[in-house]
Write a protein that binds this ligand. Structure first.
Ligand SMILES: Cc1ncc(COP(=O)(O)O)c(C=O)c1O
Length: 403
């Protein structure tokens, strides 16, 4: 059999999904697993969106135009206008989720062998996208103690080389929960101008802001020629499987490149675009979005309160998105996560995402884990109780091993 490419063979498996077989095995043994490891929201997809799909005016599920249906792009344009972002329909390309938007962005801005700067810890699928685009990620390390905010400009400048093409970041941050301040975004804009870089802002969590103020990368006119916003309805409409996102830029050159990528993949999902159109046409859409965010705000409060009760667990309250990075009182968080799935007694357990996979710098994140607060408040309380018990048991077991 011919050998598969090095690019595919070396593309990293998602660290969030790697331990799923252990969770499946626990479930086969009859255990209930509280999944805090993956950002799959549990809230029902809003009815107007579902209705839009059910009542889509189609006889044939045809390809849509490669940039997406005009009405879907206009729906996105109207959505951004509600955020104070004036965009033209032509500046918006509908993508297959934020994932495809990131992939387009890397392919439009970078050639093989180029580098991008990415604040770490970061969304681990960036590794996979970078690998496929043959781009090297150079991490800008950020720290829990600083709420995962950016280091000073000179520190970032030190990482820039002749091969650096872009800075990619998620804001609000997965897994950090950080919401960048205006000063931080201005610093990134300055860096982009002074070093001739593109800025790729992954804003799929734009609605989920609890502290601070969310500012889009497209609010800075001076970097219009180099800014790309990646967006998605997956999280805000609890519609991860709809595969609808957007690639947005005001730069004609960037749009030309992205349109080529879009042509090559023919069409974003047709039916789900009708869902988006119907959702945005519904007069209650803003209310529905706000209710969704209010639910996450409550979850965040409950979760933080419960986490504070667990000895040895340290964290910063997330300002946005729906994740929190925990510092755990263990040497190796992955071993602890495995222990919870294989050795923790009783009928219930909890699954977290080990922290190391969110870092590029070797060794960082070993004693950390990420929680996605995508469960209802009662389940979050129960999951934290299990986590507390689990840590006590695990620490005792570790002490025994050490003698
Ligand atoms: C930061 C970030 N970007 C992009 C995505 C991709 O989402 P989707 O492709 O479903 O829009 C995710 C999903 O978890 C994410 O957390």
């Amino acid at each position: 059999m011919p050998k598969i490419s090095a690019r595919a063979a070396q593309a990293p498996a998602s660290p969030i999904r790697r331990l799923v077989p252990l969770a499946d095995e626990a479930k086969r043994r009859g255990k209930k697993v509280y999944h805090l490891n993956i950002g799959q929201p549990d809230i029902p997809t809003p009815e107007p969106f579902l209705r839009g799909i059910r009542e889509a005016p189609v006889q044939v599920i045809a390809y849509s135009p490669f940039q997406g249906l005009r009405e879907a792009r206009e729906a996105m344009r109207d959505y951004y206008a509600e955020w104070g972002l004036e965009l033209k329909t032509e500046e918006i390309i509908i993508t297959q989720g934020g994932s495809e938007g990131v992939l387009f962005a890397l392919n439009v801005t970078c050639d093989p062998g180029d580098q991008i700067l990415v604040p770490e810890p970061f969304y681990p699928n960036y590794n996979g996208f970078a690998r496929l685009a043959e781009v090297e990620i150079v991490p800008i390390t950020t720290y829990r103690e600083e709420g995962f905010h950016l280091p000073p400009k000179q520190e970032i400048e030190r990482l820039i080389t002749p091969r650096t093409r872009a800075i990619l970041f998620s804001n609000p941050g997965n897994p950090t929960g950080a919401v960048y301040t205006e000063a931080e975004l201005e610093m990134l804009a300055e860096l982009a101008l002074e070093h001739d870089l593109f800025l790729i802002a992954d804003e799929v969590y734009r609605e989920f802001v609890y502290e601070g103020r969310y500012i889009s990368i497209l609010s800075f006119p001076e970097i219009e020629d180099r800014a790309i916003m990646v967006d998605s309805i997956s999280k805000r409409l609890s519609a991860c499987g709809a595969r609808i996102g957007a690639f947005v830029s005001r730069s004609p050159e960037i749009l030309t490149g992205a349109n080529r990528c879009a042509m090559a993949r023919l069409s974003p999902p047709t039916m789900e675009q009708y869902g988006l159109i119907a959702f945005m046409a519904d007069p209650r859409h803003r209310e529905i979005l706000e209710e969704m965010v209010d639910e996450y705000r409550r979850r965040r409060e409950v979760l933080c309160e419960e986490l504070r009760k667990i000895p040895g667990v340290v964290f910063r309250e997330p300002e946005g998105a729906f994740y929190v990075i925990l510092g755990l009182p263990v040497d190796d968080a992955e071993e602890f996560v495995k222990f919870m799935l294989t050795d923790f007694p009783g009928q219930e357990t909890v699954m977290l995402a080990p922290g190391e996979g969110f870092y590029k710098t070797p060794g960082l994140g070993r004693d950390e884990a990420r929680i996605a607060y995508v469960l209802n408040c009662d389940d979050l309380v129960r999951a934290c109780e299990l986590l507390k018990e689990g840590l006590e048991l695990y620490q005792k077991a570790q002490e025994k091993v050490r003698g």
